[in-house]
Design a protein around this ligand. Structure first.
Ligand code: 5AD
Ligand code: SF4
Length: 474
C-alpha cells in the first residue's frame, strides 16, 4: 500500500518539476548560443560543504549545465565557509575578481551559498558592495537551487533566500559524485554543542539525524553503482540518532552499514570526544570494514581552556579515552584538531596542549590559530596572551606535531598493506595514489585502470606524511 507523500516528498517532487522546466529553458539558450552552457562550482570548507556542493552540481547537471573548471562559466556557484575569518576574506577577494567575467558575459549568473551566507552582516555587505551577485542562499535550502535559478530568470533583482533553521531533510534529489568508487553520505546535519569559539551551530542549525533506513538505502544504491567506500558525515556523529522517533546509536548505525553487501570500507567524521562511547569502540574493534582511523578533535590540552571552550571533557578524560581506543584497536591512526590562542589560553595552558600531543603522538593534527567569530561567547572574552605569543606558540606546536607525525606515519614501513587506488599522482603521472585504511596516502607505479580497485602495496619508503611503494600481486 502506498502511503500519502510527506512534506519532504512533496518538496522533492516540486523541485524535480522545476528542473524539468529549466532543462527546456537551458536547452533553448544553448541552441541560441550554439554551445553548451557551462557551470563552475567552487567549494570552501569542510566535508559537509563538499557534500552539499555535490548536490548543487547534481542539480546543475540535471538541468543541462556542463561542468567547467574555469570561473568565467555561465553559472558560477561558490559554496562558502565561515569557520575562521580568513575563509570569509577569501570569498570577498574572489567575488571582486568575478566582476570582469560578468561584464564580458552579462547573462552569467553568480550564486553564493553555504555557512557564510547564514550571517546577516555578510548578506548586507554583499547587497551593498557586490551587486553583481545574482542568487544568495544558505545551508538549509541547498535542495532549492533549481527554484532559485528559476526565480532569478523570472526577475531582475538579486534573489535572496536564507532560512534561519529547518527541521526538514529533503531526500532523493540528484547528486553529482566526485569519485566513482567513494562517496560521502550525510547521516546528520547541524550541531548542538555550542563550543564557545565555534560559529557552526549558528550557521548549520540544530542537530537533525537522517533515518537509518534512508541512509542504508542510499548506501545500497551507491554500492550498486560501484561505490566501495563511504564516509559518514556529521558535525558530531557520536550523537547520531538520539533525537529520532526510534532512537538508535551511532554504533548501531555502523553495524547496519557494515552489513551492506559489497561495501568494503567505512569512514566517518567528526567525533566529539565527550560522546564517544565504549559501544562504538567495541564495534570498531570487531569491524572488518570500518577503517583504522579516528579523527578526534581535542582543541586544547588544558582542562581550564577546555572548560572555557565548553568542550565538556578534561585533559585526563581525553587521555583516558585515547588509551581505551589504542588498547582496543592497536593499529588505529589518530588525528586531531587543535586551536592555539583561545582567549583564555596562557603559556601554562599551551604547555598542557604540548603535553597531550607528546603523549598521544597523533598521526596528524590540524592546527589553527583562534579566530574570533562575532556572536559566539568567546568573541567577548579578554585575551590572556599577545598576538606575538600566540604566533610563536603556533609555530612551536606545528613543529612538534609534524616531527611526531613523521615518526608515527613511518611505523608501517616495509609492510604490505591494502590501498584503495584513488587516482593518478598529481606530481608524477607514472604513479598512482592510494589510501591505506588508516588514511595515509601511498604513491606507487601503476596505470589508471587500477583506479577504484584495492591493491596490495609494499610500503618501501616512508616520506613523512606518505609512503612510496610498489604493488605486490593481489
Ligand atoms: N578559530 C579557530 N579554529 C576554529 N575551529 C572552529 N572554530 C574555530 C575558530 N573560531 C576549528 C576547530 C574545529 C575545526 C573544524 O576548526 O578546531 O575542530
Ligand atoms: Fe563547532 Fe563544537 Fe559543533 Fe564541532 S562540536 S561544530 S567545534 S560547536
Amino acid at each position: 500500500m502506498r502511503t500519502e507523500p510527506n512534506i519532504n516528498e512533496i518538496e522533492a517532487n516540486k523541485q524535480k518539476e522545476i528542473m524539468e522546466r529549466l532543462k527546456i529553458r537551458i536547452a533553448d539558450k544553448s541552441k541560441e548560443l550554439g554551445r553548451p552552457l557551462t557551470y563552475c562550482s567552487v567549494c570552501f570548507g569542510c566535508q559537509m560543504n563538499a557534500k552539499d556542493s555535490e548536490k548543487l552540481e547534481g542539480i546543475l547537471e540535471t538541468i543541462g549545465y556542463v561542468r567547467s573548471e574555469s570561473e568565467d562559466a555561465d553559472f558560477l556557484i561558490m559554496n562558502t565557509c565561515t569557520v575562521r575569518e580568513n575563509a570569509n576574506l577569501r570569498v570577498y577577494g574572489r567575488l571582486g575578481q568575478l566582476k570582469k567575467y560578468k561584464k564580458k558575459n552579462p547573462d552569467m549568473m553568480i550564486a553564493l551559498c553555504g555557512c557564510m551566507m547564514q550571517e546577516s552582516l555578510v548578506v548586507e555587505k554583499i547587497k551593498q558592495s557586490y551587486r553583481h551577485v545574482d542568487i544568495i542562499f544558505g545551508t538549509h535550502n541547498v535542495f532549492k537551487l533549481a527554484e532559485l535559478i528559476e526565480n532569478k530568470l523570472n526577475s531582475k533583482g538579486m534573489v535572496i533566500d536564507i532560512w534561519e533553521g529547518t527541521t526538514e531533510i529533503v531526500e532523493d534529489l540528484p547528486s553529482e559524485r566526485k569519485y566513482d568508487f567513494k562517496c560521502g553520505v550525510n547521516i546528520m546535519f547541524g550541531c548542538n554543542n555550542f563550543c564557545t569559539y565555534c560559529i557552526v551551530p549558528y550557521v548549520r542549525g540544530r542537530e537533525r539525524s537522517r533515518k537509518p533506513e534512508d541512509i542504508i538505502a542510499e548506501i545500497q544504491s551507491l554500492v550498486a553503482d560501484g561505490v566501495v567506500e563511504v564516509m559518514l558525515l556529521g558535525q558530531n556523529v557520536n550523537s547520531y540518532g538520539k533525537n529520532l522517533e526510534n532512537p538508535i546509536s551511532f554504533a548501531q548505525l555502523l553495524e547496519q552499514v557494515e552489513a551492506v553487501e559489497g561495501l568494503q570500507r567505512i569512514r566517518f567524521m567528526t567525533s566529539h570526544p565527550k560522546d564517544l562511547s565504549d559501544e562504538l569502540i567495541a564495534v570498531m574493534a570487531k569491524s572488518k570494514k570500518i577503517c583504522k582511523h579516528l579523527h578526534l578533535p581535542m582543541q586544547s590540552g588544558s582542562t581550564k581552556v577546555l572548560a572555557d571552550m565548553n568542550r565538556r571533557y578534561t585533559k585526563e578524560d581525553y587521555l583516558t579515552l585515547v588509551d581505551k581506543i589504542k588498547t582496543a584497536i592497536p593499529d588505529i591512526s589518530l588525528t586531531t584538531d587543535i586551536i592555539v590562542g583561545f582567549p583564555t589560553e596562557t603559556e601554562e595552558d599551551f604547555n598542557e596542549t604540548l603535553d597531550v600531543v607528546r603523549k598521544v603522538r597523533f598521526d596528524s593534527a590540524f592546527t589553527f590559530i583562534y579566530s574570533k567569530r562575532t556572536g559566539t561567547p568567546a568573541a567577548t572574552m579578554e585575551f590572556a596572551s599577545t598576538e606575538e605569543e600566540i604566533k610563536e606558540r603556533f609555530d612551536r606546536l606545528l613543529k612538534e606535531v609534524q616531527d611526531i607525525a613523521k615518526e608515527t606515519c613511518s611505523k608501517d614501513q616495509g609492510q604490505v598493506l591494502e590501498v584503495l587506488v584513488e587516482g593518478v599522482d598529481e606530481q608524477d603521472a607514472s604513479l598512482l595514489t592510494g589510501r591505506l585504511s588508516n588514511n595515509i596516502l601511498v604513491h606507487f607505479p601503476g596505470d589508471e585502470s587500477l583506479i577504484g580497485t584495492f591493491q596490495n602495496v609494499r610500503l618501501i619508503e616512508a616520506k613523512g606524511f606518505y609512503y612510496l611503494g610498489e604493488r605486490v600481486d593481489n
